[in-house]
Design a protein around this ligand. Structure first.
Ligand code: ACM
Ligand code: ZN
Length: 553
């Protein structure tokens, strides 16, 4: 009887243990499944072993962890190919930290098993291994991020089993380098922290009314003229600016450097050439691109300009295609973002050349779209076709849905989720990026510690991490259309974000909240747990890495 009771009690305790949420490891984004066991593995001086079939970049990433462990713990770790053992070798037979390729796992899946003598990490792709490495770093002492030897640290990781995979394939983060310019090193630091939270797409906003930031060899004035403005609006008052020359651009060599760097972090860089609106910097460089022929100035204020590309002219398409040729050479991404947002039709409705094009194409008002709107549809379709000829697909802001949109375009839903819901039902792929949750330029609170951002509340909503965390990307999406929601992206517009300190303050901890929206299924999300993980571990990691953040109240 006693024995039965004891067994029942043990079973009850075990059920209790299993049911208890596994928050102790403080991993962000929360893995799909985590189970903690008793004991820990010593990692100081541990030997790293990897499958001989792993690619060079994966081996380098493993090497970075081995090296950091050496630097921070003061004891060297060896790196060698695993011999005579494989993914099916029981962990009890291993000693050290092992990385095995497991072809049965999906592209971004990984597993980690930590025993008292060994850890076994399995994945089938570089990205799977990168996510496992990020998770491993997160379960190590914070001293692993210090970049120097730390004293008095217990270099162990807890025994556990982690099985993990993302909810969404597209996990994006945008940076507007046009309103304010960020150096290559600043962009790299932005990518480092994004990758650490398992973001896999970097949307690089490179062209704007207020600045053209990418060297295009065929059109040198884009950077000689278009990369610089004569002043910057500093407050919400559009009539005032500081009158100081401001600008910068990336050479093609620097662009390649960033694209390559991102790829080593498992991030694909998607460039945005915003067209046919938001093009004043290009028009200031080559005034024939505009309906009125100029002169134009790189804009010194924020907002939406009425002055947009003249799309009645063939020369404009030649220009766009030439620019896209160079962009496609620099960015190997499957997608090119072609903007499409905020394109007023004031100029087109007055321009004889644009009106002649409308007549030639037989475009008419009707069915909820003006003939000028249909002219924008023509531009989108023509550029989409041009890029398809180069094997690329387009993403556009949700305005591209107004009127008609050719098959195969992907819609980035920013004006709420309505456009995304509609597009997914029509069979277009969608990336959800609604302003009220995913715009990181809005202040996170009304506090006096905040600098001037794009604003604080809109329709009674806050823009803090809790708000972003509450976003459910599939809300109101019929089940049949859910497959079209590729994922979620947050956007860092930088009108009011002038330097890296402000950038990091606006990013953290919304980046971490974003990562759980992108990675975790709704059942696996828990804001209270997220907050406690931030407080217990991640703010310390950010401190150690030197990233500024907004504290959670
Ligand atoms: C946008 O915020 N104009 C896409
Ligand atoms: Zn025109």
């Amino acid at each position: 009887m006693k024995k039965i009771l004891l067994t029942a009690l043990t079973a009850a305790i075990c059920i209790f243990c299993q049911a208890k949420p596994q928050t102790e490891l403080n991993i962000i984004p929360q893995p799909k499944s985590v189970s903690l066991a008793k004991g820990s593995l010593k990692v100081r001086g541990a030997n790293f072993n990897y499958d001989a079939t792993l690619d060079e970049l994966t081996v380098k990433a493993i090497g970075r962890l081995a090296e950091d462990l050496y630097i921070c713990s003061g004891k060297p770790s060896s790196m060698a190919t695993a011999v005579g053992v494989g993914k099916d070798t029981p962990i009890e037979k291993l000693k050290g930290i092992f990385f095995f390729k497991d072809g049965s796992l999906a592209a971004e899946q990984y597993t980690i098993e930590v025993g008292k003598k060994a850890a076994k990490v399995c994945a089938s792709t570089m990205n799977g291994f990168l996510y496992a490495l990020s998770t491993l770093r997160q379960i190590m002492p914070e001293a692993i991020f210090a970049g120097k030897t730390a004293e008095g640290v217990k270099w162990t990781i807890p025994c556990c089993t982690i099985k993990d995979e993302p909810r969404f394939a597209y996990r994006g983060l945008m940076l507007d380098c046009a309103r304010h310019f960020y150096s290559v090193d600043e962009v790299k630091r932005y990518l480092d922290i994004a990758a650490f939270y398992k973001i896999n797409r970097f949307h690089w906003h490179l062209t704007e009314d207020q600045g053209w930031r990418i060297e295009i060899k065929k059109y040198p004035k884009l950077t000689e003229v278009g990369a610089f403005r004569s002043g910057t609006q500093q407050t919400y008052d559009k009539t005032k600016n500081d009158g100081k020359r401001y600008g910068g651009y990336y050479t093609q060599e620097q662009i390649r450097e960033v694209v390559e760097y991102a790829s080593t972090l498992g991030i694909t860089t998607i460039p945005e050439l915003d067209l046919p609106g938001h093009m004043l910097a290009a028009m200031a460089s080559y005034p024939w691109l505009g309906c009125a022929g100029g002169p134009y100035q790189v804009w010194t204020r924020w907002g939406v300009s009425d002055q947009v590309l003249c799309v009645g002219k063939e020369e404009t398409f030649t220009f766009l295609q030439d620019v896209l040729d160079e962009i496609c050479e620099l960015f190997p991404s499957e997608y090119i973002h072609i903007g499409g947002d905020e394109c007023p039709k004031t100029e087109w409705s007055k321009c004889p050349v644009c009106q002649a094009k409308i007549a030639q194409l037989g475009l008419k008002d009707g069915n909820g779209a003006t003939k000028e709107q249909r002219l924008q549809n023509y531009v989108t379709a023509r550029i989409q076709k041009y890029l398809a000829g180069k094997g690329r697909k387009v993403i556009g802001w949700d305005e591209i849905l107004e009127g008609e949109l050719a098959e195969g375009a992907t819609v980035m839903s920013w004006r709420g989720t309505t456009g995304g819901i509609k597009a997914s039902q029509m069979g277009y792929d969608v990336i959800m990026s609604p302003t009220t949750y995913c715009y990181l330029d809005y202040n996170q609170g009304p506090g006096s510690g905040e600098f001037l951002g794009a604003g604080y509340t809109k329709k009674g909503k806050n823009y803090d991490a809790a708000n972003l965390y509450s976003f459910e990307p599939l809300a109101d999406i019929p089940e049949s259309a859910a497959k079209h929601i590729l994922g979620v992206q947050a956007n860092m517009w930088t009108e009011y974000i002038r330097n890296e300190r402000q950038l990091h303050y606006m990013l953290n901890p919304r980046l971490q909240a974003l990562s759980e929206v992108q990675w975790c299924t709704p059942e696996n999300k828990d804001y209270t747990r997220f907050e406690s993980k931030m407080k217990a571990k991640h703010f310390k990691i950010l401190d150690t890495l030197g990233y500024i953040y907004r504290p959670i109240d």
